[in-house]
Structure formats: C-alpha cells, structure tokens
Design a protein around this ligand. Sequence first.
Ligand code: C5P
Length: 226
Amino acid sequence: MKESRPAPVITIDGPTASGKGTIANKVADYLEWAVLDSGALYRLTALGVLRSACNADDVAAVAKVARELDVVFRGASILFEGEDVASAIREENIGNLASRIAAHLPVREALLQRQRDFRRPPGLVADGRDMGTVVFPDAPLKIFLVADVAARAERRHKQLKEKGFSVNLTDLLEDMRARDERDRNRENAPLKPAADAITIDSSALSIDQTVKQVLDLWSNKVSQGE
Ligand code: C5P
C-alpha cells in the first residue's frame, strides 16, 4: 500500500516586517493552499493577556491564555471571542508584548499543536520565526526572508499609516530593532534560518519578484519529485 505523505508546507520565516505575511498570502493564493500567520497567534495571546488583566510575567497564566484562545480565522478576519480583531492586533504595543511572551517555552508549547492543525491538503504556507526550525521541521521548502532594517521600518510605517495608526518612524525603527534582538537571542525557538532554508533578501525586490522567487523554488522542488 502506498504510504500517504503529509500535505506539503512552505515555511517563510524572518524578522519583523520583512514582508513574510504579504508573500505568504500571495504564494498561498497562487497555489490555492491554506495560510498560517503564526505571529497572529502570539499577538492574540498578547491581546488576551491585556484583556484578561493577567500578569504578563506569570508564564503559567499566559500559557493558559494561549491554550484557551477562542479564535477563528475567516478570510481576512480574525475573530477573537467573536470580535474581529484583525486590525487591533497589528498595533505596535501588541507586537512588543507578543515578542515578550513568545520567549517562554510553555507559551510556545501551548500554541504548537494549534499551528500544526493548519496543515492539510493540498498544502500550507506558514509564516513566522520558527516555522522551519520547530513547527514544521519536515517542510519540503523553507524560506528565510530578510530585508535591511531601514526598508523594513519604512514598510511597517506605511502599513500602519494605511491602517490609520499614527507612528513615528524613529520610534518604530528602535522598537523593531529591540524586537528582532529579543527574537534572535531568546533561548526557545530563536529567530534563525533552518539548516536547509534558502535565504531571500527582499530589500531591493518588489513583492511580485519575491513571490516569483518562492514559486520558482517550489516548482523546482516539484520537478525534482517533491
Ligand atoms: O510576525 P509578527 O510580528 O506578527 O509576530 C509577533 C511576535 O510574535 C514576534 O515578534 C515574535 O516574538 C513572536 N512570534 C514567534 N514565533 C512565531 C511567530 C511570531 O515567536 N512563529
């Protein structure tokens, strides 16, 4: 009997505002695969912590919030306890708190299976920090997406402005540096490329050019028998 293989996953990891989410969505649309925005789960946990007035330093309590998240992803909407918070979780204070609580192993473990449950046929594109290293170590294609910090700060600034948030570019740059530093240097699932990841630097690439690179890499994998 033919052994059934798990659905393929393309992982896209990288620092803050490297364009992972945009690229992941476009690649998933093209392939007609599901998409996992794993950062949203850490952001939702941060939102849950703030709303429940739980102490962000109480790791067990934060892990409980993560384990019990009542969330439904529906297209562009993210329903948290029935309320669409897709836009609210993009605020910088939520991103910063998400990065603080994401450093704790019990919080990461509480979200692990929920992330793996997104994997179903015909395939999944998953973006985050540890998709290729921890969550989907057997993914057939792993991308590590980088861009220089100034390009990333400008992109994030534009994104936030479009969503109606007012932010100062210098503060944003500082926050992003601090967040990346914390994500890179933490003990649990630090931000780093998997040994078999392919790095793409998107500083000088358009969104479409970056998407094309990922799709070309995937076509190569498929033609090699993946
Ligand atoms: O990707 P995004 O900026 O939405 O993620 C918010 C924070 O969640 C990151 O700074 C990171 O600390 C954490 N995160 C993580 N592992 C992931 C995705 C996000 O630790 N797979």
